[in-house]
Design a protein around this ligand. Structure first.
Ligand code: FES
Length: 203
């Protein structure tokens, strides 16, 4: 077979150069790698930062809420467990001597006194700012160490800044004959409440 192409104007033949061998295929220009959109990276960065911030804030909130609940429980439970009873027995009236202050119940915020035919229970809280006075046997008075208020054995204030007498608790003789002090009841001299029969026991 011939490669000559017939019917050329010059009557000659023309050879078609072999396509493959004629010229090497031009190299495709290198396509530059697609650059990531300029904002993509930073958007992801800010998204992560945002998630981190939300997680941190949420964790802080949960921790604060837990601490608050635990603090409240801690505050409430000891009160429930350590609150002293408001009523207690204090032995038989005959065990109390005339003119004597019994300090055995001071940790119950109470002095018990037998004086002039009655027994009464005095609060150990100073009526100035709430300190606990001391009973001075020799001087026959209660003396507050904080600002110097003085109270007679009856509880009446007579010196220092205390504005009013000590308070008295409710007191009675129980069915078994023992004294019962009831701190849910209190009686104030300046209100005329010391004449209330629930504020003393006759002996
Ligand atoms: S608290 Fe007692 S005198 Fe001030």
């Amino acid at each position: 077979m011939s490669d000559a192409t017939p019917n050329q104007p010059d009557g000659g033949t023309e050879r078609t150069p072999p396509a493959a061998a004629a010229a090497p295929a031009p190299a495709k220009p290198a396509v530059p790698a697609k650059a990531a959109p300029a904002g993509g990276e930073s958007r992801r960065f800010f998204l992560f930062k945002f998630i981190d911030s939300v997680t941190l804030a949420w964790s802080a909130f949960v921790l604060a809420a837990t601490a608050s609940v635990l603090g409240t429980l801690r505050f409430m439970i000891p009160n429930v467990l350590s609150e002293p009873p408001s009523k207690f027995k204090a032995g038989f009236p005959d065990n109390y001597e005339e003119g004597k202050v019994v300090e055995r119940y001071k940790d119950m915020n109470t002095w018990i006194v037998r004086l002039h035919g009655i027994i009464y229970a005095l609060s150990t809280t100073c009526t100035h700012l709430g300190c606990t006075p001391n009973w001075l046997e020799r001087e026959g008075k209660f003396k507050c160490p904080c600002h110097g208020s003085g109270f007679y054995i009856t509880g009446i204030n007579f010196e220092g800044p205390a504005p009013r007498p000590l308070e008295r608790w409710g007191i009675r003789v129980g069915e078994d004959g023992q004294i019962v002090v009831d701190k849910s009841m209190k009686f104030q001299q300046e209100r005329g409440e010391w004449t209330n029969p629930d504020s003393f026991i006759k002996v």
